[in-house]
Ligand binder design. Structure first.
Ligand code: GDG
Length: 919
């Protein structure tokens, strides 16, 4: 409504200005009015069409058709001319974007296949349409009397012009719709390659025609020189401008949006004055920028966002104003028949080409939709023919003008349909994210009354990924471990979760014994877990465990490929259980997009060398597009390991490992917690009740409460913390009976000997401490609770505590530390944190301890207990800022956006966001 009001206002102002100032013929005022009016009107038309699920850009074109011949000149005398002033820049801008889209490195694997497809499509389409034209010659009424060589020359010219494509329209459609993926990339490459070939063929066809009609006396050498100047000069000029722009981005990088426009203006102006092909020059410039200055993606992204949208809108309107529907009406049936035949032969050529080049048929079957549009190049060819061959040239031009009208209207619609069907458009994606993890987010079991209930997995990551999946409606592939899991799945082993508001699918995998144990307990938890944690537990590597690990990883990959199909949905793999999913997946789907997050530390090379299948694990991980670790240290250790074990090339500046014909980006992205959710739970009025309940349950009568929350794992340093508590109570006996330490220790992996041993050891130590420091009538020194708590109880407990101990001997991150901080919106409580936990890198305001130094640890506990309120507050506030600033959604989106940007370049993000931009 506001837009309509703005448009009416604009029209009134324009009419008023005209009334008082006379006709606005040209010049700045005229151009400004034309452009302003066009932007508003086109936007409204685009919006209108979008409501009917039609492309916005068709709305822009239709608006152009409307204002062109009929109402345009009410606004300014030469509306069309004003708009065309902008389209020169628009065409080069779009060509520049096309160049920026073509990442040679990413295309290198497919380049041969696409070139083959292009060649076959051209041959089939040209031969087909050529034969038809030859046979239907008398009805074409171009030069009915022409025979022999002359007829052959005219037909050759006509064929080249008729088949030519429009890189401008193709790039504009992908840009305007924000499409990205294999179809848009393949079509753009085909169109650019095909037009390069057609440019060459056209020049030869012109030469041939001149000779055939006896219209030239100039020698072949000078024609060839002109041709080389046009093509070679354009490319050289584009490369030069591109290199300059890349340098500018790298070393200056200011006001980039303006510079983008300036570069485009330069390319189009110099192009036309020097007789270069501006389009070719702009594509070359884009290619150079894309492939020379990768690191400046962000800057470019913002720049194109700022510069391109209005230019594109005006471009489409100008296209509309130049549509010659009147000519189309005159030549009618012949043009429509020829257009149908062109489409038929292109489709046939593409079908043969796809089959013989090995391009994925799901993408291949829509390539033809992107080869319908025609615009500038076709028109340019026709105009050249008309100006040189006065006898029949104008008739070719008239025919082609009508032809282009059809294809300008039809092309964007068809291509958008193809992009939609192939999954290149974001809306509405069916499965926008696939998460793969060993553990499932919900386990089904029967309650006491025999009803099936779903229990959510505990643990920060499962909860956070669940929240992410609720938003993205994807599919989560995991091991079905709940006792009633089979009872609720459909015949494809899927169940909709979460039970309260079903929004994504959980695909369950049934993993049978003894293979499951060999994979999970054996290779993952007895092998990789102790390998990656610097603790005195010897990693166990058994051949049969390795075989099971490989087998189960490839079963995960199979399930993932069944879920993903041929789409290019990103796949987010979790952790060390699934290091070999990516290679197995890639064998099935070479174009899969995968990121893996390694939640635990990565050891230094000497330790990693212990693993007998180290190179296989490394190779497996390098089959991912993106590999993310918690800390910089882990990332560095990984790079050292691959450099040592494999024949790789590490590009440190880009954080990329090249291995064989692929490359993997390796980053560190520390995980966070769901800060807002914990805040919300902390703010619930019922929390006080829960705290009272816990105080009763745990018999918490002591003045000072400490807590520890862990899976019972030997890496968490629980015996060491008990030793420190023991030392504390020995050193300051006055604390006996006044201090209780609550240890939540949920048993995990109990089938493994080292875990059973640590459980037993902890139980014994707690009994010993409680006996040693018992005070008659006083609170026990340690309260031990081994049952899992709900998240609400956990938050209540965090807020009950005066201090929280995290004393890991080695830990990837440790979420408990961050959860404790998130829960303390009272800014109170002291975090005692091991320097060997990843979290210590961020939470520097914690009281940092070394769990191996019992006395130092006890000192730190004293410091925590005696810490003045002011200091507690200051430290907690500082830590809360850090935890709030990097929550788990930031972590996930950093990884997923990282993955996306590897695929398409950040440029496309910005383009996609235009859809949501208010005018
Ligand atoms: C690995 C890495 C990295 C514990 N008891 C209960 C409960 N928990 C939740 C905690 C926390 C999670 O379990 C434990 O997370 P950690 O980070 O401490 O450790 P790991 O399980 O070893 O996880 C680790 C992590 O992956 C993430 O990348 O930080 O370094 O080893 O969220 O709250 N949750 C509930 N009841 C309990 O009784 N609800």
């Amino acid at each position: 409504m506001r837009q309509v009001a703005a448009l009416i206002l604009a029209v009134v102002v324009v009419l008023w200005v005209r009334a008082i100032g006379g006709p606005i013929a040209s010049g700045t005022a005229g151009a400004a009015l034309a452009i302003g009016f066009t932007l508003l009107g086109a936007w409204i038309f685009g919006d209108l069409l979008r409501r009917f699920r039609l492309p916005r850009l068709s709305g822009y074109i239709l608006f152009g058709v409307l204002i062109g011949p009929s109402v345009g000149d009410v606004i300014t005398e030469t509306m069309t001319a004003q708009l065309h002033f902008v389209t020169g820049i628009a065409t080069t801008l779009i060509a520049l974007i096309a160049g920026l889209t073509l990442n040679l490195e990413r295309l290198s694997l497919q380049f041969k296949a696409i070139a083959r497809l292009t060649a076959i499509t051209l041959v089939v389409a040209m031969a087909g349409i050529g034969a038809v034209m030859w046979l239907a010659w008398p009805w074409l009424s171009i030069a009915p009397g022409a025979g022999g060589l002359e007829r052959l020359a005219i037909v050759t010219l006509l064929v080249v012009i008729t088949i030519s494509f429009s890189p401008t329209m193709t790039a504009a459609v992908t840009t305007e719709t924000g499409a990205r993926g294999r179809l848009s990339e393949t079509v753009l490459t085909v169109v650019v390659l095909a037009d390069l070939v057609l440019l060459v063929l056209f020049s030869f066809a012109m030469l041939f025609a001149r000779v055939a009609v006896g219209a030239t006396t100039s020698d072949g050498v000078s024609l060839l020189a002109r041709f080389t100047w046009e093509i070679g000069g354009a490319v050289a000029f584009g490369v030069f401008v591109g290199a300059m722009f890349a340098l500018y981005l790298r070393y200056v990088g200011r006001e980039v949006a303006l510079v983008v426009i300036a570069v485009c203006a330069l390319l189009s102006q110099v192009g036309s004055t020097q007789q270069f092909e501006p389009l070719l020059a702009a594509v070359a410039a884009g290619l150079v920028i894309e492939n020379l200055s990768l690191a400046q993606g962000e800057t470019l992204k913002t720049a194109v966002q700022g510069a391109a949208l209005p230019v594109l809108v005006i471009f489409f309107v100008a296209v509309g104003t130049s549509l010659r529907l009147d000519v189309l009406a005159e030549s009618g049936i012949i043009v429509i028949a020829l257009s149908g035949l062109r489409l038929l032969f292109i489709k046939l050529g593409v079908a043969i080409g796809v089959r013989s080049s090995g391009i994925d048929p799901t993408v291949g079957s829509y390539i033809w939709t992107g080869l319908v549009s025609q615009a500038g190049i076709t028109l340019g060819f026709a105009a050249l023919v008309a100006s040189e061959f006065a006898d029949w040239g104008p008739r070719i031009q008239a025919l082609l003008v009508a032809f282009i009208a059809i294809h300008e209207l039809l092309g964007p619609l068809l291509f958008r349909y193809g992009l939609f069907r192939s999954g290149d458009l974001n809306a509405p994606p069916r499965r926008p994210l696939v998460v793969v993890s060993n553990r499932e987010p919900y386990l089904h079991r029967q309650d006491e009354r025999g009803r099936i209930v779903a229990a959510p997995a505990t643990g920060g990551v499962a909860v956070a990924l669940d929240a992410l999946m609720r938003e993205r409606n994807g599919v989560w592939v995991a091991h079905g471990a709940g006792p009633a899991d089979r009872a609720v799945v459909d015949k494809s082993d899927r169940v909709l979760v979460p039970p309260d508001s079903p929004s994504y699918e959980l695909r369950r995998l049934w993993l049978e014994e003894p293979t499951f144990s060999a994979y999970y307990n054996g290779f993952a938890n007895e092998g990789l877990w102790p390998l990656c944690h610097l603790v005195d537990v010897r990693p166990q590597f058994r051949t049969e465990d390795w075989a099971a690990y490989r087998d189960i990883n490839s079963r995960f990959a199979k399930a993932v490929s069944e879920e993903v199909g041929h789409s290019n949905i990103p796949i987010f793999i979790q952790d060390y259980h699934l290091a070999l999913v990516a290679p197995a997946l890639r064998a099935r789907m070479p174009h899969a997009r995968t990121a893996l997050f390694w939640h635990i530390p990565w050891p230094y090379p000497d330790r990693f060398r212990i693993c007998p299948w180290g190179p296989e694990i490394l190779t497996g991980l390098l089959a991912n597009d993106l590999l993310a670790f918690q800390l910089e240290r882990d990332r560095r250790n990984f790079l050292l390991a691959v450099e040592e074990e494999l024949d790789v090339e590490v590009e440190h500046e880009l954080s990329r490992v090249r291995f064989g014909d692929r490359s993997t980006t390796v980053v560190s992205v520390p995980i966070g917690v769901d800060y807002d959710r914990i805040q919300a739970i902390a703010a619930e009025p019922s929390l006080a009740k829960e705290q009272a309940r816990l105080a009763r349950l745990f018999n918490l009568s002591a003045e000072i409460i400490g807590i520890g929350v862990d899976r019972l794992d030997y890496t968490k340093g629980i015996p060491e913390r008990l030793d420190a508590l023991d030392a504390l109570l020995t050193r300051r006996p006055a604390l006996r009976g006044k201090l209780t330490f609550v240890q939540i220790g949920v048993p995990s992996r109990s089938e493994i000997e080292s875990y059973a041993a640590i459980e037993a050891e902890i139980g014994q130590r707690i009994s010993a401490i409680n006996a040693r420091h018992r005070v008659p009538g006083g609170a026990p020194a340690v309260h031990y609770h081994t049952k899992p708590l709900t998240i609400t109880s956990l938050v209540a407990l965090y807020r009950l505590a005066d201090f929280c101990i995290v004393s890991s001997l080695h830990d990837g991150m440790n979420l408990v530390a961050k959860e404790f901080v998130s829960a303390r919106d009272d800014d109170d409580g002291v975090l005692v944190l091991s320097r060997l936990a990843g979290a210590a890198q961020e939470l520097r305001e914690a009281v940092i301890i070394n769990p191996y130094d019992v006395d130092g640890f006890a000192d730190a506990l004293l410091q925590a207990i005696d810490m003045p309120l002011d200091e507690r507050r200051a430290r907690m506030r500082a830590m809360r800022r850090i935890v709030a600033g990097r929550n788990v959604f930031g972590w996930a989106s950093d990884i997923l956006e990282g993955l996306e940007s590897l695929w398409t370049k950040p440029l496309h993000y910005s383009v996609r966001r235009w859809e949501d931009m208010p005018v």
